[in-house]
Write a protein that binds this ligand. Sequence first.
Ligand code: BGC
Length: 474
Amino acid sequence: MPCVFPCRTLRMVPKGWTSIIQTILQVEEVLSEFWLGVEELKEVMRRMKQEMDRGLRVATHDEASIKMLPTYVRSTPDGSEVGDFLSLDLGGTNFRVMLVKVGADEERGWRVETRHHTYSIPEDAMTGTAGMLFDFIAECISDFLTIQDLKHKKLPLGFTFSFPVRHEDIDKGILLNWTKGFTASGAEGNNVVDLLRDAIKRRGDFEMDVVAMVNDTVATMVSCHYEDHRCEVGMIVGTGCNVCYMEEMGRVELVEGEGEGGRMCVNTEWGAFGDSGELEDFRLEYDRKVDEASLNPGQQLYEKLISGKYLGEQVRLVLLKLANEKLLFGGEVSEQLQTRGSFDTCFVSQIEGDSGDRKQIYSILWKLGLRPSALDCDIVRLACEGVSTRAARLCGAGLAAIIDCMREHRGQGELEISVGVDGSVYKLHPCFKDKFHKTVRDLAPRCDITFIQSEEGSGRGAALISAVASKMAS
Ligand code: BGC
């Protein structure tokens, strides 16, 4: 195994410090497990393509780990309504309500302006009952309408609901399973739009016309499509990780009348890739521990290798392993570091973003009750790099599989495509983005890919989709 992690520390070590060099070599040995070579990434890509195909076909859909869910968002919107729309965004630790003004614009067709408010979701609403969660949502909407002086208006509403949903239409869909730490009972297996409508009725102090429910990837794609018409893929790498894309209608077997032509957006729900064992040879002891301690063991295994909900915890387990082998912190760890969830994913970004003076790294480790040496700081940084580099490359292999499938399904030798991306890991980690882009481009050489960083995509996208849905219903 070649030395795969750039050992910048070595250059700083005075000659003769052989024990330090030894330590670093042993650390690199532990971290080398995180490195995935090109052939391994190609294998991930191959298995991803296979599962996508199984997810799309009626005959194999039920047993496929990647569900490839039709969204009923089609490629040929016939104009849109203009006016005020309310957007809701549920899918992470915060819930957002947004007022979006969609207006006609001569050049681009649509003009979008927004006002919004963010509410943090109490733990008991996330993990209690569906009634509690949706009552909380209705309470937030009511508060927002009061602030905006809109209580008297019955606005059309677009709901960005970022979980796996089996749609029957654009405003009707069953929650298949919760992800990302949500467990509210009584929601799985039920129509999410009905849960929202019932909660609004229970409150009785305002009315809404729920016209569309979309996944955050779909909202991101649509809002970026508005800027760049080549955007036919939407991706989130944040608390969770997922991709949607425009598939040829003829391949979306789950929707009747698929012979019609045109395209429909498919929410891949690729986070569940690996749940049928497809990633067993790539998962490490840390991944198994992260999964076992999660609220949904055995589920979302690919997501658990990549997304922000899990990266910090992976690093924490690696640090414990290194300390246990006496390669870090002199073998002593603080109580905080031994506590599950204490190593936030934003620490990974901050540590890798350290300018070289280690100040940021010291400060984080001190807050965790540790008293690190300079070498400890460098080793912690290497551990973060190992974990985040694997995440970026695995995610890149997945996206390369999707884009290359799109090219094949369209029968094109080359494909020019734009991808709208959002999410804290993608946006805030200092190197994820570059490593991820490079991996996708290396693995899908026949595709010319532009990445668009989405701003406020969830809310704006849901409003734009609602504006089209309203027009079609009128
Ligand atoms: C959910 C997806 C969502 C993604 C990003 C995943 O856990 O299953 O529906 O798009 O997180 O928020």
